[in-house]
Design a protein around this ligand. Structure first.
Ligand SMILES: *Cc1c(COP(=O)(O)O)cnc(C)c1O
Length: 366
């Protein structure tokens, strides 16, 4: 069936291609974790997870326990890492067999108590150390007390040891990344002294996996690469954007010099012009930062730039030089004119544009 109108098309064969490409960069024994937080970066968490499970991913990661519950409710049986679990959800975490990332000493204390109270034996946890991102993580100074607490508690077992790189996409920060990796190795050596069983070490997001082969360890955690973006034009060549956003022209209008377009009269015409109204707005995920010419859509292969403020359900683009009419298709981003290209004009990144894609947008899987 041919889908028309406003829609987000998700190409699952592109997802498969990206998965295979990223996997081809790994040693055969390195595990692959698919990051599908934030509704699989806007692509729809359940269909994307089901496809990746079928492709053979070893692990999934979400940010919050609720996202993991949705996966469990929809047939996902692979291990699920919860990157940022909250205290009030720890019980559900255990009930639904989700593996929490323990990112602070107080969280370790709390989870340890829960696991004991629920009579767990060797419940798998991942310990995250802060090595320089300075976001979440146990600090290296808390290493001893962390080890002591886990050693004394047979309700818990360390499944993973992780850190997160601050600038793996930025070659200019190579030295900083090396410092993070060296610190991680030190921490890992300490753990090895105290725990004789195998522990999965993981440090790399997509850019880490692409740029730092020495940082793959036993598993990589790829998000954006799966969806077709490598944070670098060279890397992008090997990946295929999975999502394409389409809409239609609702109306084509003309104005004279001195007339204005959109709320607060933010665009003022200095000459006669023709513009098109597009059936999408910030209520769908096209944020206001894309207004005032900081966004462009493709109409019949040509770029048309935004005029004035983006409204909730629609926005306007200049089509003075484009032959078009109501009902014509509009492409916002896709395999050509990608989400990166779209986001760049407003000084943001594909991650933000993709994760902003709202529930209201119909998603079609092809
Ligand atoms: C989101 C996230 C990832 C995935 O990052 P990408 O750049 O999308 O590959 C990996 N690890 C952690 C801890 C994350 O928060």
């Amino acid at each position: 069936m041919q889908h028309t109108g406003t829609r987000l098309e998700i190409d699952l064969s592109a997802l498969a291609h990206n998965y295979q490409y990223l996997k081809s960069l790994l040693q055969p024994e390195t595990l692959f974790l698919s990051v599908i937080k934030a509704n699989a970066y806007g692509h729809g968490i359940v269909p994307v997870a089901q496809k990746l499970q079928e492709l053979g991913t070893d692990y999934f990661a979400v940010a919050y326990v609720e996202e993991g519950v949705e996966l469990r409710d929809n047939g996902i049986t692979k291990p699920i890492l919860v990157l940022h679990p909250q205290k009030h959800t720890l019980e559900t975490c255990i009930d639904r067999c989700l593996e929490p990332v323990i990112y602070s000493f107080p969280l370790l204390v709390a989870f340890s108590a829960f696991a004991k109270a629920k009579n767990q034996q060797s419940y798998p946890i991942h310990i995250e150390f802060n090595t320089g991102l300075n976001r979440i993580g146990i600090d290296p100074e808390e290493l001893e007390q962390t080890i002591a607490l886990i050693k004394d508690n047979n309700a818990l077992k360390i499944r993973g040891l992780q850190t997160h790189l601050a600038a793996s996409e930025d070659a200019a920060e190579n030295d900083f990344t090396q410092t993070q990796l060296a610190l991680f190795k030190e921490i890992s050596d300490n753990f090895k002294k105290h725990f004789k069983y195998p522990i999965i070490h993981h440090t790399s997001n997509t850019s880490g996996a692409l740029n730092f082969k020495e940082a793959h360890y036993n598993m990589v955690r790829c998000g954006i690469g799966l969806y077709g973006y490598g944070n670098d034009p060279e890397q992008d060549k090997h990946l295929i954007p999975v999502a394409s956003l389409y809409s239609v022209i609702s109306q084509v209008r003309s104005i004279e010099a001195g007339e204005s377009v959109s709320y607060n009269r933010t665009f003022l015409a200095t000459e006669p012009m023709k513009y098109a109204v597009i059936a999408l707005g910030h209520g769908d995920g096209i944020a206001r930062i894309y207004g005032h010419g900081h966004g462009a859509v493709m109409i019949h292969g040509k770029l048309a730039y935004t005029l004035g403020i983006i409204c909730m359900d629609m926005f306007m683009v200049d089509v003075s030089l484009i032959d078009c009419k109501a009902g014509d298709e509009v492409k916002l981003f896709g395999k050509i004119h990608t989400a990166s290209d779209f986001a760049e004009k407003a000084n943001t990144i594909s991650y933000e544009l993709l994760t902003h894609m709202q529930h209201r947008l119909q998603r079609f899987y092809v």
